[in-house]
Design a protein around this ligand. Sequence first.
Ligand SMILES: NC(=O)c1ccc[n+]([C@@H]2O[C@H](COP(=O)([O-])OP(=O)(O)OC[C@H]3O[C@@H](n4cnc5c(N)ncnc54)[C@H](O)[C@@H]3O)[C@@H](O)[C@H]2O)c1
Length: 424
Amino acid sequence: MATTIPPSVGQRLDADREEGRRKIDWARQHMPIVEALRERFETDQPLAGERIGMAMHVEAKTAALVELLAAGGAEVAITGCNPLSTHNDVSLALDAVDDVTSYAAHGVDEERYYGAMEAVLDHGPTVTVDDGGDLVFTIHEDHPELLDSVVAGTEETTTGVHRLRAMAEDNALEYPVIAVNDTPMKRLFDNVHGTGESALSSIAMTTNLSWAGKTVVVAGFGYCGKGVARKASGQNAHVVVAEVDPRRALEAHMEGYEVLPMAEAAGQGDVFITTTGNRDIIVGEHFEEMADGTILANAGHFNVEIDLDALGDRAVGTDQPREGIEAYEMPDGRQLNVLAEGRLVNLASPVSMGHPVEVMDQSFGIQAVCIRELVDGGYDPGVHDVPDHLDREVAEVKLDAEGIAIDDLTDEQQEYLDSWQHGT
Ligand SMILES: NC(=O)c1ccc[n+]([C@@H]2O[C@H](COP(=O)([O-])OP(=O)(O)OC[C@H]3O[C@@H](n4cnc5c(N)ncnc54)[C@H](O)[C@@H]3O)[C@@H](O)[C@H]2O)c1
């Protein structure tokens, strides 16, 4: 017997779908690279016959990428790569697009989260598009039968690329994957500016507190950490950096930030933001040192950077003073506030919207040209860099859209640069 949806629920779904559509349309208006590629893809149909499986943060900018891939001829099935980052209205709107199925839903438990991943794989993807590697790992571990039909994949983030490289070193990666994360047009903008801006704005909106005069401890001074530190400093915060890599610690020092081990920084910070991609960055002993009212947020890929088990063990109670904030009450009366359950704050906090649209336009422009490149074949199993000409192609489209002209190398200059014989 067919299920009847009560009219009120049906109307609400329609309204959500329309809201999702508006969000996607707004994003697309500000994504000149994706739109320019869309025109080319519509004409050339480079993805005709491909089935693309995606596990990404399902929000408006990602939807623009999905629509671009579908416009290029692909059938696309997508789910989330984090249970809290999905925007349900966007997921509904995407699901209504021809040749697109979205299984993403916000706040689902582990069983439904992984069930949605399985549902994407049921489409028998020829290409996987990951943010964190979930599809690649699930295929290799649980569905080796799919390896016959998967042609290639792309990976969006640092943590996913690290794991894929480890897999490739063990000769366990059975198809080619392009490390979109590592290319300049992605990493220098998305990780630095995108994470910097969106982590700070999400924390500010979640807490409604000012940065000015605060001490902000940034753990990790990689691409994301640099962006977070720079933007916090730009908002008049005093920035302390905790690092394990001596060169990055020195870089932070030369940028004018205070550098301290976390054990010392713990007692000094008002706000802590982890960006390491590593686990156990803020642990039990650090919580003991923290001041009443401390804010704890993570911007790394997984929720393993702040040891919430240790914090929970120490706490005598918890409270939710605002949406997206869990306040842990310590036995001595201090309150330590964790944002977004320690998941990446710029995507998983209830008010967060992820990276600015322009930044994702670049990242997803790279994704699209890499997928186009991969389905042409010619790549061996393993992790591959984005070919430089594709990185340049996307940069040129963006400069063109911004109306920015640059100089060309003259033949003499090119010859000079290429020659080892020119000297003093
Ligand atoms: N929030 C987002 O939207 C977003 C965007 C891009 C990347 N990411 C994720 O952010 C994380 C960092 O990415 P990245 O590109 O900056 O990586 P990265 O490798 O450039 O930087 C990580 C830094 O953390 C440092 N580090 C590692 N262990 C540490 C420890 N115990 N204490 C202090 N520092 C430590 C490393 O030395 C390195 O300098 C990854 O998990 C990545 O997937 C998140």
